[in-house]
Design a protein around this ligand. Sequence first.
Ligand code: AGP
Length: 626
Amino acid sequence: MCGIVGYVGPQEALGVVLEGLRRLEYRGYDSAGVAVRVDSGELASAKKAGKLANLEKVLADEPLPPSTIGIGHTRWATHGGPTDRNAHPHLSADGRVAVIHNGIIENFAGLRAQCEARGVEFSSDTDTEVAAHLLAAAYDDLPAGPDRFAEAMRVVCRALEGAFTLVATHADEPDTVVAARRNSPLVVGVGETADGTPEYFLGSDVAAFIAHTREARELGQDQVVEIDRTRGLTVTDFSGAPAEPKAYTVDWDAAAAEKGGYDWFMLKEIAEQPQAIADTLLGRLGEHGELVLDEVRLSDQELRDIDKIFVVACGTAYHAGLIAKYAIEHWTRIPVEVEVASEFRYRDPVLDRSTLVIVISQSGETMDTLMALRHAKEQKARVLAICNANGSTIPRESDAVLYTHAGPEVAVASTKGFLTQIVACYLVGLFLAQVRGIKYEDEVAAMVADLQSLPGKVAEVLEQMEPVRELGRSLAGADTILFLGRHVAYPVALEGALKLKELAYIHAEGFAAGELKHGPIALIDQGTPVVVVVPSPRARESVHGKVVSNIQEVRARGARTIVIAEEGDDDVVPYADHIIRVPRTPTLLAPVVTTVPLQVLACEIADTRGYDVDQPRNLAKSVTVE
Ligand code: AGP
């Protein structure tokens, strides 16, 4: 939520900042803005409501003077509507300080009143602007010296409450950009140009600078960072005590964050799913077929002591958690509860030392999930993160982490992130079963072999997507589409409905097929499209047969039935207006294959309706506010 870029180095700053913003635009696209510090000792800035392209038009008409220090922002609006006036950067009253911000400053009203009492006039409705005025005042109050700008930022941070990443440039600071973070993401990039001149980058995530360097530094909570042309990188906490940022090398390059010939990032990311699953499984199998999850930094004894599991996540990641419940309970016999993070955090869940809380997050920055994690830790529960973004806050604050190796996911709608989260959940479930002695090594090895067949099966599904795209085009005029599933296919139905809502803005709902008769069946009208995800005929206790009956029930009431069923499942044929076939897959693993046609369907419907598939309205990729 909000993309942030900062640069100090020998290159033309505006180009570097705009390129970073292009790669971060998925984080928010309500407005965009930049500020540079020019050699004459002034700041120059430009900002515009709407997508980055609007700002680029402004800059083409009125170019900024050359500069080697710059900051830039792409916004997802919180305080103040998505207008030019509320776009970042925000300047201090004297125009000498420019600030960009991600997060929410919760005590901004009181601080604003204090500034106004001093005669400051505000020119936006945002919470951010207060930080620009406070920073200018704090800077003016401090004696000259190399640490002045960073100290001013620390003074401001000590006064702020809430969540913030702040990045600032000052007209009187020709070599320095300062930044701070509390609860919102910020990483530093350290690189050098071809002639060996050092350069420094700031970004909400590494995509901001991946075209220039893969060397990153992870910042901790409540830290201020200064990037300076000659002094390099300095990190302190808010009181000024030095801190050592953790260095890491990003394991993907700029090409991975490009569209690579696809019309949409989402299409590329759907196509990358076989590889993403294979990468997530890679290196996690020992020489005797047993699972080896060294990154799970919990001892065998701690894992044996677990008597209850909570899976906590948001949106699509929550759906991965719902699927995990079926698999983990079945394999480990440990009770599993699944809850959306924003509810879990505030309802006083019963947790103790023997509770394992699994938090799932592609971005590792979702604020609701982060707050749930912190709450779980306060209650002394063990927290295991399943996460895609290396170095992000959620894995850093968890006791243990299992990374999904999906690579960068740029489209706002999660696809490969989701499938790899499901696979990681399977790994955790099997690992727990192995450590606790509930499954023998050969049983685990057999199931891991099933997992390893998944990339091939997903690839098979992807090869057969043309009829699904055609179907998508025919559904583009629908007002409502319903999704049904049962057993492990129920969360898949929920995910199919979410994808359609967020991409195509069509009313869509997912139901447990068995619940239909308790009310939702009243929604079925002549021609209502109903997508039914059919569990394998080998699923427990004839749930398959029951879903076949559910298809008949909706069809009898006029529904147009679109059925996703395994190869060879002929029972569905008489009741399906359209059949989408998926390869035969063990019941618990089936969501990995049955989800894929639903992703393609939503993408095609949205594209046919003329919408921006990668950046749907009102959304942002990582939701860093509660
Ligand atoms: C998925 O398509 C979404 N846009 C959204 O639901 C997302 O999954 C959710 O916000 C959680 O994000 P996270 O995995 O980065 O925590």
